[in-house]
Design a protein around this ligand. Sequence first.
Ligand SMILES: [Zn+2]
Ligand SMILES: [Zn+2]
Length: 278
Amino acid sequence: MSRGAAGSGRLVSEAPAAEWLESEAPAAEWLESQSGNRANMWLLRGSHLDLLIDAGLGLRSVPDYLKRAGLIGSRPLLAVATHVHFDHSGGLHQFEKVAVHRAEAEALVQGDNFETVTWLSDSEIVKAPEPGWTARNYSVRPVLPARVLEDGDVINLGDRQLTVLHMPGHSRGSICLHDRDQRILFSGDVVYNGSMIDWLPYSNISDYTQTCERLIELADNELVHKVFPGHFNSFGPERLHSLASSYISNVGLCHKVSTSAVRCIANLALRANNFSCT
Ligand SMILES: [Zn+2]
Ligand SMILES: [Zn+2]
């Protein structure tokens, strides 16, 4: 299902960098990375600072698009990655100020395409950025973060604050950003409306289980009214609760054994893929 078909947003213009849709909520504006991967980017415009949550693949200039659309330019902008996987961090190099969690800062500085799990094929790209472009040559570029985040840090936009929640499991530096006042959670790949991925090189099942317990607590304490995820559509606290509790109830020995086998294969494939790119 395409986002436009969901009925919750309205396509207002086409852009080279991303499709722009009107916000579902006054709290966030939504951009979608132009690939089959469909990674979301969220733009929050504060009174003193604008915040872009995730930066897509970086195949086209997101800042140029945002400026042309009149969405940024009057205030400083910080681009924060919910984690360093390529579909969220590939566009970070286009921004002057970037933030990432401490556990993945080094991977970003090094442009470590193994940890960013860079894996892209031509068939996933809706439109090549230039003639002759091929996914084989794609990589995440090194970026020096201006800000390194820790659990509990607050990103202050002036009239709204986002608290950093370190939620490892999908990757070691995954974060959610929590707007406590509006009870909104920007969840990256920690939780979205689909199965949780815990078989990547730096995934960790026991960390993910603890993260899910924390998500359940947020839902139980009515601290989240809406989740804006890294992929697919937004959802409410009941869905958040059920996604997190099903992960916990499915983590048995069988899951652990099969996941570690898949992780070995993924490790080998990523090593081979990124070796052949360099
Ligand atoms: Zn990811
Ligand atoms: Zn992702």
